[in-house]
Design a protein around this ligand. Structure first.
Ligand SMILES: *Cc1c(COP(=O)(O)O)cnc(C)c1O
Length: 350
């Protein structure tokens, strides 16, 4: 029997500087804490209303509310997609899901859950989006194409023109998911094009730019009919009242996100400079992390960083990522600490 894909959750490391899961290491906006503190006992004892949260998200994205589904983190959105779109056909044939590599591991885990066939499109050496290869992988059995823009773990963007071409190439019953978990840091959103491309669904999370990973909230945006099968999977009260209140406050504090994005931009530049100094190859990133090829020094880099209380992510086992480490480049102060720790290994030896 084929081995089952399972997600290997990173160990629970919370004592040091977490630069391995691309969270906002500076925390959420203080306005979120104020909003949570204002929650009353009688708001917690009842099933939560979502109208205010939905209105805030709709206004933020410039969409009507019928084009949104709130989910308990994008992870739940991905699960809902798998459950609704990756079922076996009536003839018993497995659904096919096209996933350009390297990719966020959860996609494959959920596809496997549905016994779908993952059509993994290998990466190009520079991680430029492999459009022709993705188009060639689409068949009449394709039920979903899953893209992440900008991609995780590479930070490389997917051109909007490529997404349009893929959307036109999939069978009518298929869906194209554009996971925009990191779109705030430099990518170009597909949201304004959803009207023209009803087969595309955009996924967003409040875990990265907004610093709400602990509250678990994200959303799916797309045509109401395309969303319907996924809406049916998501439990009616999947979003808790704290998350519903928090996103309204988070969306309201534009300056907080703007400052974080500014720091990410500065952090990436600092990290690129360091890589050039070390002679380490890196991929220019549109996200809040950078992938760098530390080669045979990767294990020592990870170890030294850990000794300094800094967690980095080993991505060596991902397709095309041999000898690569992924470093969250968030607050400048934290990026400087990561660079200092890595420098101890990377400057010492050729
Ligand atoms: C972090 C991440 C997610 C998960 O988002 P949650 O809302 O925290 O579940 C989804 N997709 C990608 C590509 C991510 O990196």
């Amino acid at each position: 029997m084929k081995p089952v894909a399972t997600y290997s959750k990173p160990p629970e490391l919370y004592d040091g500087l977490r630069l391995h899961q691309n969270e906002q290491t500076g925390g959420c906006s203080p306005r979120v804490l104020e909003a949570l503190a204002r929650l009353r006992a009688d708001q917690i004892s009842v099933y939560p209303p979502y109208s205010t949260a939905l209105a805030a998200c709709a206004a933020d994205l410039g969409l009507t509310e019928d084009r949104l589904v709130l989910v308990n983190g994008m992870d739940e959105g991905i699960l809902a997609l798998a459950v609704s779109y990756l079922q076996r056909g009536l003839d018993g044939a497995a659904a096919e899901v096209v996933i350009p590599q390297p990719a966020f591991e959860v996609f494959e885990v959920n596809a496997d859950l549905m016994s779908a066939r993952v059509v993994a499109v290998p990466p190009r050496p520079d991680f430029a989006f492999a459009l022709e290869e993705v188009l060639a992988a689409i068949t009449p059995r394709t039920r979903a194409v899953i893209l992440t823009n900008p991609n995780n773990p590479t930070g490389v963007s997917v051109p909007l023109a490529a997404i349009r071409q893929i959307a036109r190439a999939v069978p009518p019953s298929a869906i194209v998911l554009v996971d925009e978990a990191y779109i705030h840091f430099g990518g170009e959103t597909f949201v304004p094009e959803l009207e023209a491309y009803p087969q595309v669904v955009v996924g967003r999370t409040f875990s990265k730019a907004y610093g709400l990973a602990g509250l678990r909230i994200g959303l799916l945006a797309g045509h109401p009919e395309t969303l319907l099968p996924m809406r049916r999977v998501v439990p009616v009260y999947s979003i808790n009242v704290a998350a519903a209140v928090a996103i309204v406050a988070a969306l309201d504090d534009r300056e907080y996100v703007k400052d974080y994005v500014r720091q990410v931009t500065e952090s990436r530049a600092l990290f690129y400079d360091a890589c050039r100094r070390w002679g380490v190859h890196y991929w220019p990133s549109a996200a809040n992390f950078v992938l760098a090829r530390t080669g045979d020094r990767t294990a020592r880099v990870l170890e030294r960083a850990l000794e300094r209380g800094i967690y980095l992510r080993d991505r060596s086992n991902e397709p095309g990522c041999a000898g690569c480490v992924r470093v969250t480049t968030g607050l400048v102060e934290h990026t400087r600490r990561a660079i200092a720790a890595m420098e101890e290994v990377l400057c010492a030896a050729p």
